[in-house]
Design a protein around this ligand. Structure first.
Ligand code: HGY
Ligand code: MN
Ligand code: MN
Length: 427
């Protein structure tokens, strides 16, 4: 591995403008014009994939859609076939999303490769950029489907899960033009990757409070998602006395307040969210007989999160019992807390310092594809400041100067990257 020259001499073009223009172009690809939503295996997914693949190719990469709908670009090193530094992020969104969560990391990586290509710069390793097709898990409850396929850890049973319209993932893949029995082809071998590195918006207020444009991510917090359903007795809103009711929605409401109170009074960073609820039959003058809702629990450590989940389930069981409601509650998805590799954190910190910024390390409360990619590579993350820490909301925003700061740090890291254990690199 030749000694990497410091890329400070090779000044790159201001990448912020190109990144922001593409964020806006991609952000216009949505289920509805009013609220940004770009969900797995939909028309919007296909349109976004085509646009991103075109940007990858114009950046000098070979690009293709893989077996689960990820977009994959490769920029060869000094010779063809070298192991790669994989960059990436996701290009699906939540509903009512901002346009930066996911795309900023993906488009910054593509612009960095385009800058290398413009300068005819080839490195002693390949660079791959992967846009993951489903990090958010909006459509089929389980998240990280794209990165799990790349890591070879996709769970086949997820193919049977159905979306709100009753379409299974298997059917949706066939409609999209992908073969659900071929997902295994997306898997990569650990030997092909030197590391996985993701740039992402912070989705929190810390960098803004410290007046820093970028930060080093220390770890990604784990998460547990549960699906709960309460069944009581539907009835006439006008004739059933209150004492005789088994109102599933009132029961769910008590559960939601209990979850909020339990997490709010916790002193170790526990957070709990009920993001979705559906009451049936859903008529004004009918007592709800059945309610389903989701629960998302996170904490800085896995032990604390797991204890909290056990306690919360017990509290929900007690409420159901007291209200004579039947309860079904299942864990639909669980991600462990994953650390960023120290040898990558130090190279992120070095690149941040060389770009003239103060180095600050912070954890991620939000989940990311690195939680899946850690099964085949060490992971590193760069955070970029976002306005007010707002995310998963249309007001999500990144200043162009911060988008450029993130690109400068990523590009410097790429050009000075030393694989684990290489001369001059931390091990
Ligand atoms: O839910 C999360 O933390 C991520 O945005 N998927
Ligand atoms: Mn997100
Ligand atoms: Mn994200």
């Amino acid at each position: 591995m030749s000694e990497m020259m410091d890329s400070s001499a090779a000044h790159h073009a201001f990448l912020g403008d190109e990144i922001v223009a593409r964020i806006n172009a991609l952000g216009a690809i949505s289920e509805t014009p009013e609220h940004l939503a770009r969900v797995f295996l939909t028309r919007e997914h296909r349109a976004a994939a085509d646009l991103i693949l075109s940007w990858m190719r114009s950046a000098g990469m070979q690009a293709h859609l893989d077996a689960i709908g990820n977009v994959c670009g490769r920029y060869e090193g000094e010779v063809a076939g070298l192991p790669c530094l994989m960059l990436g992020s996701h290009y699906d969104t939540v509903r009512g999303a901002g346009k930066w969560d996911g795309p900023l990391g993906l488009l910054t990586a593509i612009s960095c490769v385009a800058d290398l290509n413009r300068r005819g710069r080839r490195l002693p390793f390949a660079i791959e950029v992967t846009g993951f097709a489903d990090e958010e898990g909006v459509r089929f409850a389980s998240t990280l489907l794209g990165s799990r396929a790349v890591a070879g850890t996709f769970v086949e049973s997820v193919l049977g899960t159905r979306d709100e319209a009753g379409v299974s993932m298997r059917e949706a893949m066939l409609q999209f033009g992908l073969d659900p029995d071929h997902i295994g082809a997306a898997a990569r071998a650990p030997s092909e990757l030197l590391a996985y590195l993701e740039l992402h918006i912070e989705q929190g207020p810390v960098l803004e409070k410290l007046n820093l444009p970028v930060g080093v991510v220390s770890a990604i917090a784990g998460a547990t998602r549960l699906a709960a359903s309460l069944t009581g007795m539907a009835g006439h809103a006008g004739t059933v006395p209150m004492v005789l009711r088994r109102d599933a929605l009132a029961g769910a409401a008590e559960c939601i307040v209990e979850i909020e109170e339990f997490c709010r009074t916790d002193e170790d960073g526990l957070v709990g969210t009920v993001g979705y609820i559906h009451a049936m039959p859903g008529a004004t003058n009918v007592i709800p007989g059945e309610v389903s809702f989701t629960i998302d629990i996170r904490a800085p450590t896995d032990a604390h999160r797991k204890l909290a989940v056990t306690d919360i389930v017990r509290r929900i069981e007690n409420i159901a019992k007291r209200r004579k409601l039947s309860l079904q509650i299942d864990v639909t998805h669980e991600n462990r807390t994953v650390p960023c590799a120290p040898w990558l954190k130090s190279q992120v910190a070095e690149a941040i310092a060389r770009e003239g910024f103060r180095v600050f390390e912070l954890p991620s409360g939000a989940g990311h594809d690195g939680m899946a990619m850690i099964d085949i590579a060490d992971i590193g993350m760069i955070f970029v400041r976002c306005r007010g820490g707002i995310s998963h909301h249309p007001d999500e925003h990144v200043e162009t100067s911060d988008a450029d700061a993130g690109a400068r740090v990523l590009l410097r890291l790429i050009e000075n990257f030393r694989p684990r254990g290489a001369a001059g690199g931390a091990s």
